[in-house]
Ligand binder design. Structure first.
Ligand code: NAD
Length: 347
């Protein structure tokens, strides 16, 4: 075995049907007396229930969250936390709600309890992002890593299938890319492989039975592993390309991952041949890139950037911005733009 370095991150994870009811106890365990609640609009009813259950611990609430955390929203949220004298934050919703909580924690160090309802995985990472004047800046700080993550499959049962499938594609991207980054190691590989198994099984089951709790539990478990492996192994070509595309052309986050991942995998998975074989077994396919593409197609996630509104000229422009005169990047982006089934990569 090659030498490696692995550092575990300190997050407490609670997963179970009805786990939302445990949030007040989890807050007490952290010694927090007053919390600011941040909630995605789509889970307003669950947030209302939580607000009641919090009793005197409830200090205030923010319902308006946006993707990629615009700096004005972050500043308003920080002011609100100060105004209500919050000692902690509970964020319920997708990566956007959790991202806003992280923006507050970045400057205040307030502890976060995250209750994720999508599969984006931000709750397991110390990575924050802020957008100012159309440019997204990201960074990493243990201050923003949620102290506790509560996964309740009851909350994601109403997540529309289209959003579910795209969000799962986002999580699968964390797992796949974690195997070929410079920081990949045997522990992140195992996590990534089990993540792919849980996510692909969960997605197939949720596609036929969207409210099935076992499928939704599997998906949250997979999202937890995916976020955790992303936090450890970091990112590489795939996430960097998606970041550029999302930031420059305002493409939807999760769907962009679905279109780009099979094409990057076609090339980059060759760098991690042992992990590739294991990921293929987990996905029940004989080729990782085509297996991902076929899974997304079956789940009706768009597999082309064209469908997301990008023009071929913009795909070429993005390739040029990312790596001028790099034929591999241009080839990946043109294939992702066209949504070609990714057969036959070789070096
Ligand atoms: P999101 O939070 O915007 O949610 C996607 C959509 O799902 C929204 O329309 C939301 O209203 C809806 N939704 C959420 N929960 C629902 C539910 N239970 N029922 C019905 N609808 C529901 O997006 P996301 O894909 O979860 O997260 C994307 C954001 O997270 C991006 O800004 C991305 O950069 C960030 N992200 C950060 C990290 C990190 O490590 N920092 C990791 C992954 C993603």
């Amino acid at each position: 075995m090659d030498e490696f370095v692995y550092v575990g991150l300190p997050t407490r994870v609670v997963l179970g049907v009805g786990a939302l009811d445990k949030v007040p106890d989890e807050i007490d365990l952290l010694g927090i007396e007053k919390v600011l609640l941040i909630a995605t609009k789509a889970v307003r009813d669950d947030a209302d229930l939580l607000e009641i259950a919090l009793k005197d611990r409830f200090a205030g609430r923010i319902d308006d969250v946006r993707q990629h955390v615009p700096i004005e929203r972050a500043e308003a949220a920080r002011n609100k936390a100060k105004e209500v004298d919050a000692q902690g934050i509970v964020a319920i919703g997708g990566g956007s709600a959790i991202g806003l909580a992280k923006a507050i924690a970045l400057t205040t160090r307030l502890p976060i309890v995250a209750v994720p309802t999508t599969y984006a995985g931000s709750e397991m990472t110390p990575v924050w992002g802020l957008t100012a004047e159309g440019t997204k800046t990201t960074g990493s700080s243990l201050d923003v890593l949620p102290k506790t993550v509560v996964y309740d499959p009851l909350l994601s049962r109403r997540l529309p299938l289209k959003v579910t499938a795209a969000s799962v594609a986002n999580a699968l991207a964390h797992c796949a890319e974690a195997t070929w980054t410079p920081k990949a190691n045997p522990i992140t590989d195992v996590t990534a492989v089990e993540g792919v198994r849980a996510l692909s099984e969960g997605l197939r089951a949720a596609t036929t039975e969207p409210t099935d709790l076992e499928a939704r539990s599997n998906l949250l478990y997979g999202a937890c592993l995916a976020g955790s492996t992303l936090a450890q192994a970091g990112t590489s070509l795939h996430h960097k390309l998606c970041h550029l595309l999302g930031g420059t052309y305002d493409l939807p986050h999760a769907e962009t991952h679905a279109a780009v991942l099979p094409q990057v995998t076609r090339v980059k998975a060759l760098d991690a041949p042992r992990a590739k074989v294991r990921l293929e077994a987990a996905l029940e396919t004989d080729d990782l890139a085509t297996g991902l593409y076929d899974l997304f197609t079956t789940a009706q996630v768009p597999t082309s950037l064209k469908e997301l509104g990008l023009t071929e000229g913009q795909a070429r422009e993005a390739a040029d911005k990312f790596a001028p005169d790099d034929p591999e990047v241009l080839d990946i982006l043109i294939r992702a733009w066209a949504g070609q089934r990714p057969e036959g990569a070789a070096r």
